[in-house]
Design a protein around this ligand. Structure first.
Ligand code: AMP
Length: 375
């Protein structure tokens, strides 16, 4: 099959790498002007691509099925594509996931607990919400937010005017700050026939809103907690009649409760560990799902930790000298804060895994100290 991918970053690159063994071909459609996939056929669309039917027709002529690796796309463009070719997941999923208010409304409707929140449309309303929820609170733009961008933490309601100014959006969501034990994510895949498979949950360590480490399976994970996460994500998959990989990020509180933070309608950074640590990677399973093929086993082969390579690459040679270390480079230029690649470390036990993680982090110039909740 010829697969069309909306977006052309590293997630698209890794989808293509997983698809070549299945004899898939890839055409990327980039709307950012900065494609980095470095693989397959890349078509760069100017910002209002939907106004240029010739360009869109050229893309559609090349592909049998369309998916995406980036959700901040014009919904109109996705709908125009959907009118002509199968798109998985659907434009409805994209619409919900690119809007934090719609996402939270869906969580509420399905009975998935979230941090307490309010929607606000002015600095005054932000201040009132901060007072009502109790500081600290996190204010977030409703659209276009990712990797902690478009957010501000308020330690006092008096900081509302400044926070409103710094975010610069006309509608915000304000959330009570969760005193979590850890951040986790659940990734599941739904096939065209409705079959669903679940990956083991990962513990995710963020610094300044950016993912730095993901570890799965977690050594101290209660089966009941995994079951709860599976139930939440299954409800979302079924409600959206979803096809492909869906990611749900959650906070785990001291009493073991899970609160949904946000979801991503695509393969996710917190699932990169599956490339070397699971029987079937999230990328392969996404491609299987959208083509109507059988889904692969999601079990972890061994404890695995993914470390993001951000800003500077360090010395790839010394990283590769670590046993069972797998380096995935995205072929991008170094720039502060930019995701340049990741390392997957695999070990027979969590103790050995943590030793490798520390050794590897020491080789990455900008890696923060690895610290997991179970240590
Ligand atoms: P987000 O873009 O919503 O995933 O937020 C980025 C990061 O900010 C999260 O991974 C958390 O580390 C932190 N964060 C976001 N919302 C909250 C919250 N309500 N309580 C505590 N931390 C939060």
């Amino acid at each position: 099959m010829n697969i069309g991918i909306l977006g052309a970053g590293q997630l698209g690159r890794m989808l293509a790498l997983a698809g070549y063994p299945l004899a898939n071909r890839f055409t990327f459609l980039d709307t950012t002007g900065q494609p980095s996939a470095g693989i397959g056929d890349i078509m760069v669309f100017e910002s209002h691509a939907e106004n240029d039917p010739g360009q869109l027709d050229a893309f559609l002529a090349k592909v049998d099925v369309v998916t995406y690796e980036f959700e901040h796309l014009p919904v109109d463009l996705v709908r125009a594509i959907e009118a002509q070719k199968p798109v998985y997941p659907s434009s409805q999923a994209i619409q919900v996931c690119q809007n934090r208010a719609e996402e939270k409304a869906l969580f509420d409707r399905l009975g998935i607990p979230t941090p307490r929140y309010r929607l606000v449309e002015s600095a005054e309303q932000l201040e009132a919400a901060a007072r009502e929820l109790g500081c600290p609170v996190v204010a977030k733009s409703i659209t276009e937010g990712y990797d902690g961008k478009g957010q501000a933490v308020l330690r006092d309601p008096a900081e509302a005017a400044e926070a409103w100014q710094s975010i610069g959006h006309s509608r915000l969501i304000v959330e009570a700050f969760v005193d979590f034990v850890r951040e986790v994510s659940i990734i599941a895949v739904r096939g065209r026939d409705g079959q669903v498979v679940f990956y083991p949950m990962a513990e995710n360590v963020h610094v300044d809103g950016i993912l730095r480490y993901s570890l799965a399976p977690m050594p101290d994970l209660d089966a009941q907690v995994q079951q709860t996460a599976d139930d939440y994500i299954r409800a979302l998959l079924d409600a959206l009649d979803y096809v492909g990989v869906l990611t749900l990020e959650l906070f785990q509180t001291r009493d073991g409760e899970l609160l949904a933070n946000e979801m991503a309608p695509r393969v996710h950074n917190s699932g990169h560990w599956s490339m070397d640590g699971a029987v079937t990677s999230q990328f392969e399973n996404h491609l299987r799902a959208i083509q109507g093929l059988s889904l692969g086993d999601t079990a972890a082969r061994q404890p695995t930790c993914m470390i993001n390579v951000i800003g500077r690459e360090g010395d790839p040679e010394s990283i590769l000298a670590i046993g069972d270390a797998h380096l995935h480079r995205y072929d991008k230029d170094e720039r502060p804060g930019r995701k340049l690649g990741h390392v997957n470390l695999v070990a027979p036990s969590h103790a050995e895994l943590l030793e490798k993680v520390r050794a590897c982090a020491a080789l990455l110039p900008d890696a923060p100290e690895p610290q997991f909740s179970f240590e």
